[in-house]
Design a protein around this ligand. Structure first.
Ligand code: GLY
Length: 386
């Protein structure tokens, strides 16, 4: 389908990563004791406290920059942030939701894996303890948001597939199987329910609170319930690769191929999706460039587990996606943005969805983080934080 599209070269990857490091170093005076808001405004991130579900991506960017440049300034800044993550979980500050993996994996698990940080390890294990408090044995899933005793909140969301690696890691690290067991139960429930017949995905899926029976799918950030929110589909691509990595169940390779197939078939000609896959070339709608980086990471993760031909095909697709981002979406001029990748969409309100309207056609911190992760994966045999 995209056979002839150009591939990113190693020298382009080098220049993208060198630029990312220079942007991050330039941001450190403002964003060491502070974090980035989830999205930029007119291209620029503003500082916030460690108050949102997204702050771990900024610390993750600093760690990826440290891996690339080996600059102690970066390590010191990331370590200051790890202390803040420990404080956040100790104080239970805004942690009553499922995004513990997004918060604590690229920040604190990364710190532990890269430097042996014991505070990173402690914070991440406490975050895993917090995450499992949201598990519902009735229905066998981790509830995404809201109070645990309300039928209108009795749901999981596809994004949570990326919160599970924190639990697998916590079991490996502590020897206590409880995190692994909950991750596995949630994973099987999610994979059985979020992928539709045609391989598009539900953003969120509700269960009956009394019986745990699957009830219905709905969107929050997609255009409408039955459409496919681009980032949800991309979380599904990366999440299916993670599902296989952790369980080694062949059915998850099949899930990966189906979800990826739907994603690819609904891409516009430049391989960077609009915010919902129901839109395509010619539609006057914003893109979500972060989905392209997330999908590329999923492809590169799955390339490790399949035969050589398929691995080459997945790697080629990832390189094509990253080339499109590098050529036409990446920030090249620091005067125009303090982020890395433009034209991403956090939440685009539509007449049919329930999300706030924010961060539309801007940089966002996970878009920047996964852009760097994909470039890093293409550069070496990367030891994943996830
Ligand atoms: N996990 C929330 C989002 O992708 O916007």
């Amino acid at each position: 389908m995209f056979e002839e599209k150009p591939l990113i070269t190693q020298s382009e990857i080098d220049s993208a990563m060198d630029f990312a490091v220079s942007q991050i170093l330039a941001c450190l005076p403002e964003f060491t004791t502070k974090f980035q808001k989830p999205y930029s405004e007119n291209g620029f991130y503003h500082p916030i406290g460690n108050d949102d579900w997204t702050t771990g991506f900024w610390t993750g960017e600093i760690w990826l920059a440290y891996e690339w440049a080996n600059d102690e300034t970066l390590r010191r800044a990331a370590e200051i942030q790890v202390e803040d993550f420990l404080k956040r979980i100790n104080e239970k500050h805004l942690v009553d939701h499922h995004d513990m993996g997004f918060l604590y994996t690229p920040s604190c698990v990364a710190a532990y894996k890269l430097t042996g940080s014991l505070h990173g390890r402690e914070a991440a294990i406490k975050a895993a303890d917090q995450l499992i408090t949201r598990f519902h044995p009735i229905g066998e899933f981790i509830q995404a948001w809201g109070p645990m005793d309300e039928p209108e909140n009795y749901r999981l969301i596809i994004d949570c597939l990326l919160n599970l690696p924190l639990l697998y890691w916590a079991s490996e690290e502590t020897g206590d199987p409880k995190y692994h067991d909950i991750a596995e139960k949630h994973l099987h429930t999610a994979m059985a329910n979020v992928i539709r017949e045609d391989a598009s995905t539900w953003h969120t899926f509700f269960f009956d609170m009394k019986t745990g029976a699957p009830d219905h799918g709905a969107t929050c950030q997609g255009y409408r319930d039955a459409s496919a929110w681009a980032r949800g589909q991309a979380w599904g691509v990366y999440g299916s690769a993670m599902a296989y990595r952790y369980t080694k169940e062949p059915r998850y390779i099949e899930s990966f191929e189906r979800v990826l197939g739907y994603y690819l078939e609904h891409l516009p000609s430049d391989m960077v999706p609009f915010w919902d896959l129901c839109f395509t070339d010619g539609d006057d709608q914003p893109r979500d460039s972060s989905s392209a980086s997330i999908a590329a990471c999923g492809l590169l993760e799955m390339a490790k587990y399949v035969d050589a031909d398929r691995a080459a095909q997945y790697t080629k697709l990832a390189k094509q996606m990253m080339k499109a981002l590098y050529d036409n979406y990446a920030v090249k001029d620091p005067a125009l943005s303090n982020g890395l990748v433009l034209h991403s969409t956090y939440s685009n309100h539509s007449p049919y969805n329930t999300c706030r309207h924010e961060g539309v056609d801007e940089c966002n911190s996970w878009g920047d983080y996964f852009y760097m992760e994909a470039l890093t994966r293409l550069s070496k045999d990367w030891n994943p934080y996830w």
